[in-house]
Design a protein around this ligand. Structure first.
Ligand code: CUA
Length: 319
């Protein structure tokens, strides 16, 4: 759902929304009173021949009213915001898990806590891109940083907005009260791909979170399998990543088809059936000769036969 700030689904977002509605409810009558009296006075007391405007300079009652009323209002709003801010900014009180989030042009990377639950075969910790999975009802601390320019992390249904600043750590916390999918967006213009810096937070019921983690770890282990590592490394180091997305890796290109489950597809680009080693090698080597006019370039000559073979082998693990 979202991104929409006035539909809070967690305590963080509720606090901000509460302050917003109070300010909004006060602002409407003030706007009506100020603009109304302005228009009324403008018409009623406008300059006319033989008419002298009534002078109110030195009217103590009026001056007291328009000094005291705004002062009381500003002090109340400050008190209210201060009260809520305290809780909004308290990233340390009772957080259940800490996720490190790095923004870069133009994607987010989420590093899960250094716990057994998120450990991969090779000893590293689970990292995902674009999507962050959290348990329902848990206070999640988000530690933000940036690799290049200033980005801004914003998932309005769950929490506030915070800048991700290069060379500097900032943090916020958020919590989902119900299971669901919550959309967010980078909120600081950061270059031409700014609009593509989406965030998806999926909240799982507490008792299903471990199952989700297990699946995510299995997927990540498959992607990192040492037997197909050569192909994976070549794929990620070559032009492939500029056009194709493989979930669970830094490959996030949007020009070509997503390859996350390429090995489960019936065919390659509707022209080569089935998806097997031989066809993948043919396709990567010289796609334009198989499907004229296609954007995918010829890789024969750019990559060695061995490299093309390795990539095909790795792609076949993407079920
Ligand atoms: Cu990152 Cu806008």
């Amino acid at each position: 759902m979202g991104p929409w700030p006035l539909d809070p689904r967690g305590p963080q977002a509720e606090a901000s929304t509460f302050v917003y509605w109070i300010l909004f409810a006060c602002a409407i009558p003030i706007l009506a009173i100020v603009c109304g009296s302005l228009i009324y006075s403008g018409i009623k007391f406008r300059e006319r021949p033989g008419h002298v405007a009534q002078q109110i300079h030195g009217n103590n009652m009026l001056e007291l009213i328009w000094t005291i009323v705004p002062t009381v209002m500003v002090i109340s709003f400050t008190g209210l915001s201060w009260n809520k801010l305290n809780d909004i900014n308290n990233v340390d009180g009772g957080t259940a898990m800490t996720v490190k989030v790095e923004g870069r042009q133009w994607a987010w990377a989420f590093t899960y806590p250094d716990q057994q639950m998120f450990k991969l075969q090779d000893g590293s910790t689970l990292i995902t891109g674009e999507q962050l999975d959290i348990p329902v009802g848990a206070k999640v601390k988000i530690e933000l940083t940036s690799k290049d320019v200033i980005h801004s992390f914003w998932v309005p249904n769950l929490g506030g907005k915070k800048d991700a600043v290069p060379g500097h750590n900032t943090s916020l916390w958020l919590q989902a009260d119900q299971p669901g999918t919550y959309k967010g967006q980078c909120f600081e213009f950061c270059g031409e791909g700014h609009a593509d810096m989406l965030i998806t937070i999926v909240a799982h019921p507490q008792n299903e979170y471990a199952t989700w983690a297990k699946t995510a770890i299995d997927d990540a282990n498959r992607l990192n399998d040492p037997r197909t590592k050569a192909g994976r490394d070549t794929f990620l180091a070559s032009a492939c990543v500029g056009c194709h997305t493989v979930k669970g890796t830094p490959a996030a290109g949007k020009v070509g088809p997503e390859l996350t489950h390429i090995a489960s597809k019936a065919n390659i680009a509707s022209v080569l059936t089935p998806v097997n080693q031989e066809n993948l090698v043919k396709w990567i080597s010289d796609a334009p000769s198989i499907k004229p006019g296609i954007l995918m370039p010829r890789f024969k000559g750019v990559l060695t036969d061995q490299q093309i073979n390795d990539i095909a082998q790795w792609l076949l693990t993407l079920k």
